[in-house]
Design a protein around this ligand. Structure first.
Ligand SMILES: Nc1ncnc2c1ncn2[C@@H]1O[C@H](COP(=O)(O)OP(=O)(O)OP(=O)(O)O)[C@@H](O)[C@H]1O
Length: 668
């Protein structure tokens, strides 16, 4: 008994040794009751006191307490979101979405952002960068007790519509207990419809082009109260010149906090950002590899004319898997999607590219998310930031323009601790240069060989499809030209050498009996030294990657520089710029039958920045009851139309950030 009493005392407990049946000590029981009673009384008193106060005041006190703890954040002690001084509403949202433990980038950046610093974070693909900036966004408005009448408080810019949509969905999930509203403005729907609602949005998720358009055309749109600007693809947005533009010309208020992340550390980006109190966080700077450890990466080398058979054979042997296949142009995706549907490999095939109408893009995105086994044929529109769950394989059918694009594409698998495999198909002429680039960027790729016995040749089948279907044949021709052109336009001539392509064999492999005439190739052969390059400072296109996202950048630049020159000339559109965008991108010889479509494709890509429609009343109706209201896209099947040109140049952008004119002038 003595030993037991010592042990109990050591654990700080009191033990009654009078044995069972003995009566409890009345003095001790009374004391215990008294303590409990007085605690309850004081709690009641506090509650009564609080009840007298208005809700906002109680909340303000809570906020003050939280903010007092901002200074005490110690990164080394943080393992869960609840270790940060976050509002109950955010924590509840995170918990309900099953987010409890923080990832490294979240751990390192959320505290800094809460403290009001401008944050630029870099971390590998799939490491949780989206929440790293969404959590501070929610807290920023919560701290200020933002309401719908306060207008736009946070702007989140995403390079593609799909990424904007996905970011919006995550925001909706984790922010659902907050009272402010959020809206998605990405084009694809009537501008007027958005314009009527835009000023009731507190957090706006948008694509750059649509934002610019509202700045131009929505008279009532203003961002005078803007508190924060965020993006998880900062480098891309910077490439699109938007931030520079906004900082230097578009008069972004200087007290706006920025919260950015991207996949790779970039010194260049630091210079490009004019941040007020910047903190740069490179989470994986010292990591051995720049891709996730759970990502297995291999490449194969094969002849161009074998690639379609390799893809078919790959799909036949991965029928239960979820895969994304990246191509370099929309027309390849369009043709090969059709052909593969006819080949019936035994797995669902989906296609995602920039020439689809917006609603279709969203449907495909959602369908692929839902499916357990499927293959998505995509352009680089799907390469950045998209978080498709449980993708097993990423296959790069066409060589990416550089190592960075490779990493973005491969990063669609092996996300957040999951496993994944990436396979890159290289032509013999691409192998040396690309593998070298990848190793330099700390990407561990190994060569593997195809088992020739497993290779199923589909060329004969394609030939017979084309013999019966004129439309398909024309698609094959367009695919052919489009691919050749994409190689021709690649910047890195060490890797991409159009003269080394086996042209007739490639045509045969697509099912075409003869190779279509490619005039720019013939010209090149005649004048091998004369590159069809126009320098960037002439404001037309330089040779560039054919990928959608790069085209987007070029379109945007061309559009933007033109627009700025107009603004600087007092808003008058010079005659010769009537179709500047068209000229800008199609400066190379466009005399082929193909040319019109090529231009159309490029304009289609430029749609990201064009007047289109977006948000939906249906969805917003659905969420009306919820405290956090969202303006979402319309579920309407309106065909996307390229209303390029004229409209863009009519309206002079107004001062949406409400800075005084003196400052405007100084900045211009
Ligand atoms: N703290 C967390 N706990 C659990 N899952 C998380 C957490 N943070 C993020 N995730 C999940 O990890 C996945 C990847 O996150 P996210 O899309 O933010 O990555 P990313 O770093 O932005 O990737 P990318 O560079 O490709 O854009 C998502 O499915 C997300 O839901």
């Amino acid at each position: 008994a003595a030993a037991a009493a010592t042990a109990a005392a050591a654990m700080g407990k009191t033990t009654d040794f009078r044995g069972p049946g003995a009566r409890p000590d009345p003095v001790r029981s009374f004391n215990r009751w008294k303590k409990k009673h007085s605690h309850k009384q004081s709690q009641k008193k506090q509650l009564r006191k609080q009840l007298k106060k208005p809700e906002w005041q109680v909340e303000r006190e809570v906020i003050s307490r939280l903010m007092l703890n901002y200074g005490k954040i110690n990164v080394n002690e943080i393992t869960r979101f609840s270790d940060f001084p976050l509002s109950k509403k955010t924590l509840k949202g995170l918990q309900e979405a099953q987010y409890r433990l923080v990832t490294e980038i979240q751990k390192q950046t959320i505290g800094l952002a809460l403290q009001g610093k401008d944050v630029l974070g870099a971390a590998k693909t799939g490491s949780g960068k989206t929440l790293a900036f969404l959590v501070p966004v929610l807290e920023a408005l919560y701290r200020l007790q933002w309401t719908s009448t306060d207008g736009l408080g946070v702007l989140i810019i995403s390079p593609t519509r799909e990424l904007a949509y996905q970011t919006f969905e995550v925001l909706r999930k984790v922010g659902k207990n907050h009272d402010f509203s959020a809206g998605l403005i990405i084009g694809g729907k009537d501008l007027k419809h958005e314009a009527e609602r835009i000023n009731n949005i507190n957090i706006l998720v948008c694509t750059p082009g649509r934002l610019l358009q509202h700045m131009d055309e929505t008279i009532c749109f203003h961002a005078t109260n803007l508190q924060m600007l965020g993006s998880d693809e900062a480098d891309r947005i910077l490439d699109m010149a938007l931030l520079n533009t906004m900082n230097a010309i578009e008069n972004l208020p200087r007290n706006v906090q920025t919260c950015f992340s991207q996949q790779q550390k970039s010194v260049k980006d630091l210079a490009r950002l004019s941040l007020k109190n910047p903190e740069y966080v490179w989470v994986h700077e010292k990591a051995k590899y720049s891709t996730p450890a759970t990502l297995e990466q291999n490449y194969i080398v094969c002849q161009l004319q074998q690639k379609i058979s390799v893809l078919y054979s790959f799909l036949r042997s991965h029928l239960k898997k979820k895969s994304i296949v990246f191509f370099s142009s929309c027309k390849e995706v369009q043709y090969l999607f059709r052909v593969f549907c006819r080949l019936r490999p035994g797995i669902s095939i989906l296609a995602l590219h920039g020439r689809q109408q917006q609603m279709r893009r969203m449907e495909v995105y959602n369908e692929f998310v839902r499916k357990r086994a499927a293959v998505l044929f995509a352009t680089d529109i799907a390469a950045r930031g998209l978080d498709f769950p449980a993708v097993n394989w990423v296959l790069q059918f066409d060589c990416p323009e550089d190592a960075n694009t490779y990493i973005h594409r491969a990063g669609r698998t092996a996300r957040y601790k999951e496993d994944g495999e990436a396979l890159l198909i290289l032509l013999p002429s691409e192998e040396k240069g690309m593998v070298q680039q990848l190793l330099q960027r700390k990407v561990p790729v190994k060569e593997i060989k195809i088992n020739p016995e497993k290779l199923i040749d589909v060329q004969k089948k394609l030939e017979s499809f084309l013999a019966q279907d004129q439309d398909l044949k024309e698609r094959a021709q367009r695919c052919f030209v489009s691919y050749i052109r994409s190689v021709y336009l690649m910047k890195d001539k060490e890797i991409f050498d159009v003269s080394k392509l086996p042209i007739p064999e490639y045509a045969l492999s697509l099912g075409l009996a003869v190779a279509p005439r490619v005039r720019f190739l013939q010209k090149m052969q005649k004048q091998p030294n004369k590159e069809l390059i126009v320098s960037q400072d002439k404001k037309v296109s330089e040779p560039r990657a054919p990928s959608l996202s790069n085209d987007e950048v070029e379109e945007f630049r061309a559009y933007f520089s033109e627009k700025m020159s107009i603004l600087q000339k007092g808003g008058k559109r010079p005659e010769e710029t009537e179709d500047g965008l068209v000229n800008g991108i199609s400066d190379e010889e466009e005399e082929e039958k193909e040319s019109e479509e090529e231009v159309e494709e490029k304009l289609g890509k430029a749609k990201e920045y064009q007047p289109h429609s977006g948000p939906s009343t249906d969805e917003s109706q659905k969420h009306k009851e919820a405290p956090m209201q969202f303006l979402d896209r319309d579920d309407d099947n309106e065909e996307e139309e390229d209303e390029l040109g004229a409209d863009f140049f009519k309206v002079k952008r107004h001062n949406v950030f409400g800075l005084d004119l003196k400052e405007n002038k100084a900045l211009q």
